[in-house]
Design a protein around this ligand. Structure first.
Ligand SMILES: Nc1ncnc2c1ncn2[C@@H]1O[C@H](COP(=O)(O)OP(=O)(O)OP(=O)(O)O)[C@@H](O)[C@H]1O
Length: 378
């Protein structure tokens, strides 16, 4: 009896510290989603609102965690081990990228589809989509990119795959094009730009649906979709047809871009697609000689939007000739200049993006357990 009550107290204590540890880990209060329950003398179930598994005497918690956390496994493991230090259990963390259910049928092999969108054209949406995809890949995720900007597909140029065309071994499905470790498909691989640009709404949406569903995607943690600019009927239909997990809105700091970005946020809100955050592109220009920063397109625009909609700013990307040069050459900034400060900006953006995804997972009723295990980084 005495032992039981002591054990109960120890369990309560352990439960509290696991919850606290999870809150620290996720960076906000998730305690009501954390369920800790002793299932036998030597096993405890921890369910982080969505996952739980026990194996023999060691406790295996499947953390549906974002990829970037896998680059700090010791940190997270240490946190949780600390919380469990009183329990005679071994604690292992396996990393799973979370999956969301969607109202639309899922795309085979694709865990999460993230739209990169902008209310206004020419703000650097495609460049942002490519660099975020490369940054997620650099952090260990399996990433694909879908060029849904069927009126101005620029992904083939930016990936250096302009002359590629997808093979179809079974005459039904296309094999995506591989470049810089990303798989991609684009209407630009299939038809000449001038042909796609005369397509009308239904034809354009049908082409997009085919591009998504008839591509033989390998197992992907993230499929980044470069949406066409704007928030008209075409964008709305496209966003409705895709089983989107979440969206990222790209803007420049100037008022005209911001007001269009708001329309983008409103569109995703209407479709109940969570917006993970904002990317402010062409935020400033830093003079290479004196390092003075000029705010060519105004300043603090994204900050205002961020405050108004409670959205994080994932990245403030400068106006930097290198971004255009690499994009035009179809080269990867991450392969050619991995130490460059621009890479750090995109890597942080990707980190925040995937972290936001993990947070959405905790609060979203659409979240489900990922069954696919992701290899932990060394
Ligand atoms: N931060 C930046 N610094 C310098 N050049 C940039 C930056 N971002 C994008 N660019 C360049 O600006 C041009 C337009 O960018 P991009 O094609 O990504 O814009 P977009 O918003 O996708 O355009 P569209 O509306 O046509 O789809 C490209 O040449 C790109 O390389």
């Amino acid at each position: 009896m005495f032992f039981r009550s002591k054990q109960k107290k120890a369990d309560e204590q352990m439960c509290l510290s696991v919850k606290q540890s999870c809150c620290d880990f996720f960076g906000h209060n998730v305690s009501e989603h954390v369920h800790v329950e002793r299932v036998s003398d030597d096993a405890v179930n921890i369910r982080l609102g969505f996952v739980c598994d026990t194996e023999k005497s060691s406790l295996i918690a499947h953390l549906n965690e974002h990829f970037s956390a896998a680059s700090q496994p010791d940190q997270s493991k240490a946190n949780i081990n600390k919380a469990l230090s009183k329990a005679p259990l071994e604690f292992n963390v396996r990393y799973n990228v979370p999956i969301f259910d969607s109202k639309q049928p899922p795309v085979r092999n694709v865990k999460n589809i993230i739209a990169v969108s902008s209310g206004k054209g020419g703000v650097g949406k495609s460049a942002t989509a490519v660099n975020l995809a490369l940054a997620l890949k650099a952090q260990g995720a399996r990433v694909g990119i879908l060029d849904a900007d069927i009126y101005g597909p620029s992904i083939p140029l930016m990936l250096g795959t302009e002359n590629a065309s997808p093979m179809s071994p079974d005459n039904k499905h296309m094999m995506p094009i591989v470049a810089h470790g990303l798989v991609s498909n684009s209407i630009g691989y299939l038809v000449k730009n001038e042909h796609a640009s005369i397509w009308r709404g239904p034809m354009a949406s049908k082409a997009l649906t085919q591009l998504v569903t008839e591509t033989n995607w390998p197992l992907l943690d993230y499929l980044i979709v470069d949406m066409p600019p704007g928030t008209g009927d075409i964008q709305l239909t496209m966003a409705q047809q895709l089983p989107l997990t979440a969206a990222v809105v790209v803007t420049t700091p100037q008022d005209i871009a911001l007001s269009d970005a708001q329309k983008g946020i409103a569109m995703f809100n209407k479709l109940q697609v969570p917006v993970l955050g904002l990317v402010e592109n062409m935020s400033f220009f830093e003079c290479p000689a004196c390092h003075h920063q000029s705010h060519i397109f105004s300043s603090k625009g994204a900050q205002k939007l961020s405050a108004k909609y409670s959205l994080p700013i994932l990245a403030e990307v400068p106006l930097a000739p290198l971004i255009r040069e690499y994009a035009d050459a179809g080269d990867s900034l991450f392969e050619q200049a991995p130490e460059h400060s621009l890479c750090a900006i995109y890597l942080r953006g990707a980190y925040l993006l995937s972290r936001q995804m993990a947070s959405q997972l905790v609060i979203s009723p659409l979240a489900q357990t990922s069954k696919i295990e992701v290899t932990q980084l060394n």
